[in-house]
Design a protein around this ligand. Structure first.
Ligand code: SF4
Ligand code: SF4
Length: 450
């Protein structure tokens, strides 16, 4: 009788969990996952209930097997193993020149002084860049993902960001309000979240956070120096439904909107700090003096993953980042030093498999310019963007860490953080439930056009 009760209880609990997971998947438009969770619910219920109610030889043995399986699953999830003791990070030695980034190179106009100068110094890059210059380009008519509404919407966001660039810096109030480090740090974090940030972290500004030389707009060729002591990093969420459509036009629409959101938050916080009588500069899209993912990592917001982007604990790479640098006295956060992200990326490689331009490496991290990291082939990636007309985002959309921030996925994330064995199993299960190469989802119904 006790055996029967245990089986009914365990079977019902598993059945309900799988039904819950199926409903969550349906809401997330993950049809494959919903079907598989539903099948799992039925199979488990049948298995447990049949063992509870049907009499057969060896029932005690099957009962022991089921209980051992269930218990091992729970222990696998709960017992910490393979955590941060193997974490290894090598700090970058040099600084990145913004002129080498693809956005800067994309702005170089043939027959101009900057164009001639850049390719004189980097002749090997000319051949690579000539390839993307032959294509239509970002947000252009005639690209493979062209859609007049989505591209015009994205362009509207980028134009608004461009207008905001006038506000990244400004006058500092003459009266300086005395502040207490801990209190002002807590205030900025709480207020930025009220403004729409999902997370906010603080770090001491390092030389390697700062671009050596500006590469965009009027800042081209300008040498940057460290003039502030602290950097505050903000992350905002990119909508899951929109990112799932990658590389469609709706992705660049979402990117534009979240660059704008994160930039607006940085501008407001920088203005607030200047109102208190301290220097502050916002770093927003198209007007960065700092390398945002490195700042955000050191500010404790995540780790840099295989695709070279910041991987955050609750949203993975599905974020945009902005930064404020300042001389306001603040309390720096500790970096996460989270080995689980690095280990997951070593095993997973899903982004590398789906990347349409083969820009993401399948190898382990390597020392590049004194820093231990993965580096994507930025030329291949950007060349694909100029064919698609969007910023692609396929890698972000398939990442197992990009699932929505909800009970189901946070439970899995906890297990992946806590246990190396669970991490291995969860990554395999992600392929089973969501597909190894998930196909892009249709554009959200409200944005569909005829
Ligand atoms: S898809 Fe996999 S390998 Fe790529 S960043 Fe995400 S976890 Fe890492
Ligand atoms: S954005 Fe697209 S092309 Fe670029 S690395 Fe990611 S998947 Fe590859």
């Amino acid at each position: 009788m006790r055996m029967q009760l245990i089986l009914i209880f365990a079977g019902t609990a598993l059945f309900l969990f799988f039904i819950y997971a199926a409903l969550v998947s349906l809401r997330e438009r993950e049809q494959l996952a919903a079907k598989r969770f539903l099948s799992g619910a039925v199979l488990l219920a049948l298995l447990f209930l049949a063992t509870a109610f049907v009499s057969f030889d060896g029932k005690a043995f099957v009962f022991s097997l089921l209980m051992a399986g269930l218990l091992s699953g729970i222990l696998l999830f709960l017992i910490p193993n393979g955590k941060n003791r193997r974490y290894r990070q090598v700090k970058p030695e040099g600084r990145i020149d913004e002129r080498d980034t693809m956005f800067s190179r994309n702005e170089l106009m043939p027959d101009t002084e900057n164009f001639e100068d850049y390719y004189r110094r980097n002749p090997e890059k000319k051949v690579l860049d000539d390839r993307f210059r032959k294509n239509k380009g970002l947000l252009q008519k005639g690209t493979s993902q062209y859609h007049p509404f989505y591209f015009a919407s994205a362009d509207a966001s980028f134009e608004t960001i461009a207008a905001l660039r006038n506000f990244v810096n400004g006058t500092v109030a003459t009266e300086r309000i005395p502040v207490e480090e801990e209190e002002i740090s807590r205030y900025i974090k709480n207020w930025s979240k009220k403004l729409g940030a999902v997370d906010c972290g603080i770090t001491e500004l390092q030389d390697y956070h700062i671009y050596s030389t500006g590469g965009r707009g009027e800042r081209y060729g300008q040498k940057f120096v460290k003039s502030h002591r602290f950097a505050i990093a903000f992350t905002v969420e990119m909508n899951h439904e929109m990112i799932q459509t990658a590389p469609a036009g709706t992705v660049v629409m979402e990117s534009g909107q979240q660059y704008l959101e994160s930039g607006r938050i940085a501008i407001q916080v920088a203005r607030f700090i200047r109102n208190l009588g301290y220097e502050a500069r916002a770093h927003i899209d198209g007007n960065y003096e700092v390398v945002c993912p490195l700042v955000a990592r050191d500010a404790g917001l995540g780790e840099i993953g295989r695709m070279g982007l910041l991987m955050t604990p609750k949203l993975g790479p599905r974020v945009r980042i902005s930064v404020v640098t300042t001389n306001l006295p603040l309390m720096a956060d500790k970096p996460l030093h989270d080995f689980s992200f690095i280990d997951a990326c070593v095993q997973c490689k899903k982004c590398a498999e789906v990347c349409p331009s083969n820009a993401i490496s399948f190898n382990d991290r390597e020392i590049i310019n004194g820093s231990l990291r993965w580096q994507i082939n930025q030329e291949s990636c950007f060349t694909f963007w100029t064919v698609a007309g969007t910023d692609c985002g396929r890698c972000i959309s398939v990442c197992p860490y990009s699932h929505p921030d909800n009970g189901l996925h946070n439970l899995i994330r906890f297990g992946m953080y806590n246990s190396g064995i669970f991490r291995k199993v969860a990554l395999k299960m992600d392929d089973v439930f969501y597909g190894r190469k998930p196909v892009p989802k249709p554009v959200p119904q409200k944005l569909q056009t005829i």
